[in-house]
Design a protein around this ligand. Structure first.
Ligand code: OAD
Length: 243
């Protein structure tokens, strides 16, 4: 472990272009439930069954109730050492892109700026009629919030299963993966596309790949370095003592 951390640290120090892909595991130590862990259940519903356009079409009140619960919970959480270490890494690398699947906004709170929130942000809402987007940090939006402009039904401003990513954000994520010299893949189960395939893109471009996770994932075999452990412990070690 020690040797792997040191090799990764060396590779990062020599890399002028770095991309990082994060998932729910990075926010787990802040107390935000992951999607597929034992904590991914809400009222006996699997989070992954509610984050779909079909669930919203069937029962928007239930889906909003779930998102209000998540907003309330996330609103009480703050960034952890993993978020802070990634914000610090951004200051140390000339060309740095943080691609996150997390919608909790905690990377922004920690100070990350070259950030692509590819699955959106839980504090955004979008009108299903006119498409207008709003940013609202109210923990409880009610079970049937409506658009101030056209009274259409609002939906959470996140990307659900079966939906496409914003094409411009995806283009930027692919470009960052293509040009990076090192890609860190942190706290993601690597089962959701297209996020999971960004590691393949980076590998094809010749990047060194490193995974930080509590467990192995379907992408572990692709990795040059696998560090098993908590993101909030390993990432701070990587940025410690650079100067
Ligand atoms: P998952 O819940 O699928 O995976 C979380 C990963 O984090 C697992 O591989 C855990 O082993 C790992 N993990 C947990 N705690 C950790 C810690 N302290 N340090 C390091 N690793 C840890 O979450 P995602 O991969 O983010 O999409 O899920 C991807 C997407 O599926 C989400 O963005 C969401 C979800 O449904 C949408 O909502 C569209």
């Amino acid at each position: 472990m020690e040797t792997s951390i040191n090799s990764l640290k060396k590779a990062l120090k020599n890399a002028d272009r770095v991309a990082v892909l994060t998932g729910a595991g990075v926010s787990a130590e802040s107390g935000v439930p992951t999607f597929r862990g034992a904590d991914g259940l809400w009222k006996n519903y699997r989070a992954t069954d509610l984050a779909t356009p079909e669930a919203f079409a069937r029962n928007p009140e239930l889906v909003w109730e779930f998102y209000n619960w998540r907003r309330e919970l996330i609103g009480q959480k703050t960034c952890n050492p993993a978020h802070r270490a990634l914000a610090e890494l951004e200051r140390l690398i000339p060309d740095f892109t943080l691609i996150t699947q997390n919608v909790d906004g905690l990377h922004l709170l920690a100070g990350s700026r070259h950030l692509l929130e590819i699955h959106g942000n839980i504090w955004r809402a979008r009108c299903t009629r006119c498409g207008r987007e709003t940013l609202d940090r109210a923990p409880d939006m009610g079970n049937r919030p409506t658009c101030a402009a056209c009274c259409g039904l609002l939906r959470p401003g996140v990307v659900w299963f079966g939906e496409s990513l914003d094409p411009e954000i995806l283009r930027q994520a692919l470009e960052a993966a293509e040009r990076c010299r090192v890609m860190l893949v942190v706290g993601t189960s690597s089962v959701v596309q297209p996020a999971a395939s960004l590691a393949y893109t980076a590998k094809s471009g010749g990047a060194l790949l490193a995974e930080i996770n509590l467990a192995r994932t379907p992408n572990s075999d692709l990795m040059d370095i696998v560090l098993m452990g908590k993101a909030g412990e390993i990432l701070p070690e990587l940025v410690d003592g650079w100067t």
